[in-house]
Ligand binder design. Structure first.
Ligand code: ATP
Ligand code: MG
Ligand code: FE
Length: 344
């Protein structure tokens, strides 16, 4: 089937077009620069940007794919979780298209879409697989038995998301927003063992209750204290070392827990998704540690890790292929859509 996917859960307006597992177009308009001076995504600004970008992005995707809208067999859209006002823009656009084209509508879960997207790059998902989603808004470990019907949460962050920690620490170091790519780059010149930052929820006691959960707010505070102490002493802050040591602390815990979760579930394939999956050190360490345990790691290319429409389209395509019942036309946007609810 030819499926059009719409993504507006955060600050990217994404329109993707796929045929089966083949990507035909992936047009993304980001409002990230409009949020930069605020140091984080401003919901109202994001909603307005989606409204402005929707029609031109839709047009661009159709042009790139060499199709006209009437060729489309189904419309998929992110129904949640995400920013309420931002989601509404995408859901309204999807409903309009569904009505105008008389084609079925599939309101899907953004997190399941982050998992499904890897099929565009590496083919059908092994089931079960263990998915680690790490982005600006999420840090979760999921057991995926069927990306259209069965996703089970194993753990998640109890405070900040991994990407949020990258963004906050980058700000502290005077690096631009969003900070993840800047920390990744700067850290290459730094010494990751120069400073020993805390690994959240890894003590024996914490592991009893939070074996597969994450915590990054203590780490962020530890970095802030360390930098403040340095500044107070009048010495220059070794930005590259701080970035490298911070990144190592995040990536160490993420890879350890993902591999532990896979091993304890008897799963041999780990899939990493979300914006932080673009991190070069995370990709390297995950590969290295997983290989030592006979576990395979799949990571989509960076452009498919961050929010985009292609991930929604390919999940929609899977829904059609597996004969799932479409969503009603009064499909609500669900800002806190639970992880295990895949189709709304
Ligand atoms: P959501 O959480 O709803 O998916 P989002 O816009 O926050 O929305 P993404 O677009 O998937 O999520 O990812 C953006 C996040 O990824 C930002 O926090 C950014 O700093 C982080 N990020 C991007 N590239 C890298 C990188 N190379 N290393 C670390 N973090 C990165
Ligand atoms: Mg984003
Ligand atoms: Fe996302």
């Amino acid at each position: 089937p030819l499926v059009l996917g719409i993504e507006t859960s955060c600050d990217e307006t994404g329109i993707g077009i796929v045929r089966g597992h083949t990507l035909l177009a992936d047009a993304v308009a980001s409002s990230v620069e409009e949020h930069a001076r605020f140091g984080g995504v401003v919901p109202e600004v994001a909603s307005r940007a989606h409204l402005e970008a929707m029609v031109p992005t839709l047009q661009r995707a159709c042009d790139d794919a060499g199709i006209v809208l009437s060729d489309v067999d189904a419309i998929a859209v992110t129904a949640g979780p995400g920013l309420a006002g931002a989601l509404l823009v995408g859901v309204a656009a999807a409903k309009s298209l569904s009505i105008a084209l008389e084609k079925p509508l599939y309101g899907v879960n953004h997190l399941a879409a982050h998992v499904a997207v890897d099929q565009l790059e590496h083919g059908a998902l092994p089931d079960p697989c263990l998915a680690m989603l790490v982005s600006g808004g999420h840090s979760s470990l999921l057991r995926v038995d069927d990306v259209t019907t069965s996703v089970t949460p194993l753990g998640a962050t109890i405070d900040d998301a991994a990407g949020e920690a990258f963004d906050k620490v980058a700000r502290l170091l005077g690096l631009p927003f969003p900070g993840g790519p800047h920390i990744d780059r700067v850290a290459r010149e730094g010494n990751s063992v120069a400073i020993d930052f805390p690994r959240g929820l890894t003590s024996r006691k914490d592991l009893e209750r939070h074996r597969f959960d994450f915590s990054f707010s203590g780490l962020k505070t530890a970095v802030a204290r360390w930098v403040e102490a340095r500044e107070a002493s009048g010495e220059p802050v070794p930005v590259a070392d701080v970035a490298a040591a911070f990144q190592e602390a995040v990536v160490d815990v993420l890879t350890r827990k993902a591999i532990d979760a896979a091993a304890s579930e008897g799963i041999e394939d780990i899939l990493i998704g979300g914006g932080v999956a673009a991190n070069s050190r995370l990709r390297f360490l995950a590969e290295e540690r997983a290989a030592a345990k006979g576990i395979r790691v799949r990571v989509p290319r960076p452009g498919l890790c961050t929010d985009n429409g292609a991930m929604v389209a390919v999940l929609g395509s899977e829904m059609v292929a597996r004969g799932r019942v479409p969503s009603p036309l009064d499909l609500p946007a669900d800002s806190s859509m639970p992880v295990d609810l895949i189709l709304r």
